[in-house]
Write a protein that binds this ligand. Structure first.
Ligand code: PAF
Length: 279
């Protein structure tokens, strides 16, 4: 696996690949890799000549209250995992390389960045869309792969690709889960054993919501309040939101009539977790 740290070099290498008509699959990550990320890599490897992964803990998507310094950075372990998956190139730039001191541009997908996660993390998606666009510009991938767990992030990036006419195919890959159903996340390591036991109920509540819908319940308010009731007994879970939205554009639904997604966000202890299920 070739490791590239400079923006100039990654651009040089990827433009050579394009000259040779090689397809490039690209997976942006912040490291602390788990099976969910590796699944994205495997998808990419089946469809592209070259697979590139980036590891960059992007400071601009953290708010001042979120602890950027605590974000796990097990880089040697990550490299080992990527080598095992036969990733061709790891792009691993420094913060200075990505954000030189005179950096001043932000890209925002306006409406989609304000709803759901955006309500309690108002600057988060501007940070995400800006870094992802930068990485897309550096790599010019044919395909990019994102995990369904971050469903809103997927919709934001898809919208940005459409709005800015980026010639990139967006691929959303289903969430990988622990055997008990908890969605894999780099943040799960922050859960203590009691929190870990209760955290699985986020997914259980999503399954419960889906069951209600499949049984014929269409009233979104009713389904949300039943899910909320279900979660009440788990005292370590502090619910932020349950929303049922159109899975194409995240517009909120009152009645489940079209392709819907249930999204949930909660603090389990001090750890913020999100999950979703497509109906
Ligand atoms: O999902 C993530 O890990 C990050 O938001 C991403 C897409 C790598 C941008 O920093």
């Amino acid at each position: 696996m070739k490791i590239i740290t400079s923006t100039q070099e990654i651009q040089k290498v990827t433009s050579k690949l394009r000259e040779k008509n090689k397809s490039i699959g690209f997976i942006p990550t912040m490291g602390a890799l788990h099976e969910g990320h590796l699944q994205l890599v495997r998808e990419s490897k089946t469809k592209n000549d070259v697979t590139i992964v980036s590891i960059f803990v992007n400071p601009t998507q953290f708010s001042p209250t979120e602890d950027l310094t605590k974000y796990p950075r097990p880089i040697e372990q990550d490299k080992k995992l990527l080598r095992r998956e036969k990733v061709d190139i790891l792009f691993y730039p420094s913060t200075k390389e990505i954000y030189p001191t005179d950096f001043q541009t932000t890209v925002t997908v306006n409406q989609l960045s304000r709803i759901l996660e955006g309500k309690s993390r108002p600057t988060h998606f501007a940070g995400v869309s800006t870094i992802v666009l930068k990485l897309f510009n550096l790599i010019s991938p044919t395909n990019t792969y994102f995990g369904q767990k971050d469903f809103q992030q997927c919709i934001v990036i898809k919208q940005m690709i459409r709005d800015l006419n980026l010639p990139i195919i967006f691929n959303m890959v289903p969430t990988v889960r622990e055997p008990d159903g908890l969605a894999l996340s780099s943040r799960n390591i922050f859960l203590n054993s009691q929190e870990r036991l209760q955290a699985v109920n986020l997914y259980q509540s999503l399954l419960f919501g889906k069951k209600l819908i499949l049984l014929g319940n269409k009233n979104v308010q009713k389904i949300k309040s039943e899910m909320d009731n279900y979660l009440q007994k788990y005292k370590l879970i502090r619910l932020d939101y349950i929303e049922i939205c159109d899975s194409e554009n995240l517009s909120p639904l009152k009645v489940v009539s079209k392709k819907a997604v249930i999204l949930i966000s909660a603090n389990v202890g001090k750890t913020r977790l999100i999950d979703n299920i497509i109906i």
